[in-house]
Design a protein around this ligand. Sequence first.
Ligand code: M6R
Length: 603
Amino acid sequence: MCGIVGYLGKEKALDIILASLKRLEYRGYDSWGFVVYNGKKIFLKKVVGKITEAENIAGVQNGFVGIGHTRWATHGKVSENNAHPHFDCQQKIFLVHNGIIENYDLLKEKLLNKGHKFNSETDTEVICHLLEDYKKKFKNLKQAVLETLKELRGSFALVIFDKDNPELLIGVRLASPLILGVGEKEFILASDLLPINLVGQKFIALNDEEIVFVTKKDFEIKNFTNQQKLYLFQEIRWGQEDIEKGDFPDFMIKEIFETPRAVRNTLKGRLLSDEVKLGGIELLGDKLNKISKIVLTGCGTAYYAGLVGKYVFEELTDFQIEIDVASELRYRNYKFDDKTALIAISQSGETADTLEVIKEAKKKNIITLGIVNVPGSSISRIVDAGIFTYAGPERAVASTKAYYSQITALIMLAIFLGLRRKLSRSEAKNILEELKTIPEKQEKILNLESEIIKIASDLTKSRSMLYLGRKFNYPVALEGALKMKEIAYIHAEAYPGGEMKHGPLALVEHDFPVVFINPHDSLYSKSLSNIEEIKARGAKVITITDDINCHFEENFIFVHHTLELLTPLLTTLPLHLLAYHTAKLLNRNIDRPRNLAKSVTVE
Ligand code: M6R
């Protein structure tokens, strides 16, 4: 879950490494470090804490090559020694690593017996010492890398620099992402796309078991058995403003405000008056006709988007629908049959659990579809077909705009598949017309920020909260509660409104905050009774509704009316704002909540 980077090019390695680490910081932020080489001297820095420039780079000169790392600790506590880059006994071979070396303890014992001196408690450092041994044996760094890889078990993306081969930068990928960015006589290697446009718009996403050897002029990609590999250039679709905070204080709020644009981008070029065009999915042709069951999966917020998808698919199609979080599904004895299609949802496209479920499904030859935001990501490349959500880069650890795009993509997919089965064109037309109005309605909710701040200021002293919703808005309750926990650190639980009587009602006492998502839908009046029930016990109820009569309620947030199945696209937005502003008033580190990283690329 760390971020790694390497640069070889035009004497500005330090600038590029620091700028890249800032962009990758969301992947891990407990410590960081870099190595820069200028042809004469190595500059090595390891720092615990925030990536700041001035105080930590005093005395460091720019160079033409460098590697950097931002860490989210897995093996070994947070300390300078455990921060990357790690190095061999001679301090010549330096490397940065994202992933886990599962057999590091055995390797370490062997290396210690041979007399190697370790400088850290990490799993990563064994790689440096193995490289040192093999380099000595073969007098060739490339060969040393190939031999070392034979010994490693686990998942890793590596960038390697050797002082004896300073014009060669080596990137390795096995089950952890690594992208090569290609500029004008300069190259960058990075864990994801965000740093790539520091050198240009062109990139190649490495596949598993690939190594890239980068020199100042060129590069070549080989597999782990040293055979040449073909590659595909892709182009980044976003610009500088998409990855900077601009005038916003945090990425999270910037991304919440980008929601209408994200949804527009997801819809762009895909809607006809009464049908949906999904190029990638269409390529599956007749295979789609044999599907009778859909299994949805994802983690965290992506899973909740999937849960909304479950209700949507049940409404618009006649498939049997199942859903589970990827971290459970991957270990269940789930019987995928050949009539099943798996839909995996992921913003990053790198979440390890989600990726594993897809791999399992592929072994059983079932159709795998991805709803993914990041082009070139592992999930987007492994699935049979999919829909890119095009929400733009999401940098805050808390996922927001991507969620709306995921739901939008799922609705489009349900319509696309539904039209081949039970859904009529006029029903599709009706939904699509309403779907087009969603971004505008979202903009109106974003204007309610000051009302939401008032409600948030009442929540800052709360130790615990409940979020309730029914049917399409039960996943919304789950998502609202997740965000409140994740960034405000307030304990929040979500329940389907109808479940209160079966236990959680006992929690309710005077002034206990309960957020109830209650648009005018098929369960509206039942939810009203649930609200009365909790109010009678003294709860402070915050209602999210499209009912104008709700003006009589003390705390309510008004959202515009829409079709029942589209309500989550509106009702979640006040909850994202509510969590954000509560966290802000509590002075939390919003973009970097404690203990969390954005892309969970390890188990
Ligand atoms: O990149 P993914 O969408 O696969 O990530 C899934 C979860 O890790 C992610 O949604 C996580 O729950 C967020 N921190 C929630 O805000």
